[in-house]
Write a protein that binds this ligand. Structure first.
Ligand SMILES: [Zn+2]
Length: 381
């Protein structure tokens, strides 16, 4: 397995996982609604189901990058740890909902029996992964967790998320002495919860590349548009990159090169968090961005280069969405293959022949670049 000479080799990814997270049962229905209209013979599993994560575990255990992975057991977060990101009233609401047998927190977001324990495991496992990097026990850690977290805001659940796993880990990094943390969120949806949690902070640069889906209701009032730049001291430290449907591998590569790399360069973080969703893939039921394995691999390589250059190689990867039960696992493999800087591709793309046309995306990305250059103070320095 040769590594390209221009990049340093990262020999190992520390994966944090706990099978108790499989016990979050989101049920069946018409797509994610949990509704049985009574006239369909076959209902969908909720998109955020345990099968998707079982395949992510198995491709890392049985696939060709298994020799590069060290497995660690996750743990439950303590309630007190949640308060670094979440409001106590919201944590109490979740505890009460669990005691009462469950609650529909918002559209498609079901706290069922077993869900709260899985949520605590997802949060605690992500904290353990971050701690591993902070303590220098490994440069690169991956929190393979569910339920996902990046929509969970300090005071509310949203979009299948209850606790903001990445946000909690960022806060841990800050509390442990990191001065600047950069978050790059490539899930196909806006990382509104993480953005909200650090909206007034200039210590956390949140960058989100997402579908231009806008607000989707009371649980997700943020629009993800380019003018949501942060407030107060945090003004300019929330960079939204809403991308056209079908942006594809070359469009993402252009967005990374044009918008993400220069922002990280200027910000100069001492920790990078990759918020990873495979729902930006070409086959995801919840996304329309059309990445294939090649695109994920390239993003992984770029993130590795950024970590090596700016954060002494320190990188935490946090699992978010990704709802195609098999292709998500392949895209995870490709991303980690990029982060390990392994070449050539060790698994062929089972369906990578997506016809790309990035011309419109390039125009949009150029216009976002112009807007950010005019309006973001730290990019001008
Ligand atoms: Zn998503």
């Amino acid at each position: 397995m040769a590594a390209s000479p221009s990049l340093s080799i990262s020999h190992r990814i520390h994966v944090f996982w706990h099978e108790g997270m499989l016990n979050h049962d989101t049920g069946y229905g018409v797509f994610d609604r949990g509704e049985d209209p009574g006239f369909l013979d076959v209902l969908d599993k909720h998109p955020e189901n345990s099968d998707r994560v079982k395949n992510m575990v198995s491709i890392l255990k049985r696939g060709p990058i298994s020799p590069f992975i060290t497995w660690h057991s996750g743990r439950r977060a303590l309630l007190s740890e949640l308060l670094s990101f979440h409001h106590p009233d919201y944590v109490n609401e979740l505890v009460e909902a669990d005691k009462n047998g469950g609650k529909v927190m918002c559209c498609g977001t079901f706290l069922n029996p077993g869900s709260w324990d899985a949520s605590l495991l997802a949060a605690g496992t992500t904290l353990s992964a971050m701690k591993h990097v902070l303590e220098g026990q490994g440069n690169i850690a991956y929190a393979l967790v569910r339920p996902p977290g990046h929509h969970a805001q300090p005071t509310r659940a949203d979009g299948y998320c209850f606790l903001n796993n990445a946000g909690l880990s960022v806060q841990l990094a800050l509390n442990s002495g990191c001065e600047k943390v950069a978050v790059v969120d490539i899930d196909v949806h806006y990382g509104n919860g993480t953005a909200e949690g650090f909206y007034t902070s200039n210590k956390v640069l949140t960058i989100s590349l997402h579908m231009d889906h806008g607000s989707w209701g009371p649980s997700h009032p943020q629009s993800g548009s380019i003018d949501e730049l942060g407030e107060g001291q945090g003004y300019g430290y929330n960079l939204n990159i809403p991308l056209p449907n079908g942006t594809g591998n070359r469009g993402y590569e252009y967005a990374m090169k044009t918008l993400v790399v220069p922002a990280i360069q200027k910000f100069d973080p001492d920790m990078i968090v990759l918020v990873l969703g495979q729902d930006s893939s070409a086959y995801d039921p919840n996304g329309r961005q059309c990445l294939t394995m090649d695109g994920y691999r390239k993003i992984g390589q770029t993130i590795l280069e950024l970590a090596n250059k700016y954060s002494s190689g320190s990188l935490l990867i946090v699992q978010e969405g990704g709802y195609h039960v098999t292709y998500s696992a392949y895209c995870l493999h490709a991303t980690l293959e990029g982060i390990l800087n392994l070449s050539p591709p060790l698994i062929p793309d089972p369906n990578g022949g997506y016809p790309e046309d990035e011309a419109f995306s390039v125009k949009v990305i150029d216009s976002i670049k112009r807007y950010q250059d005019e309006n973001v103070p730290f990019l001008k320095v």
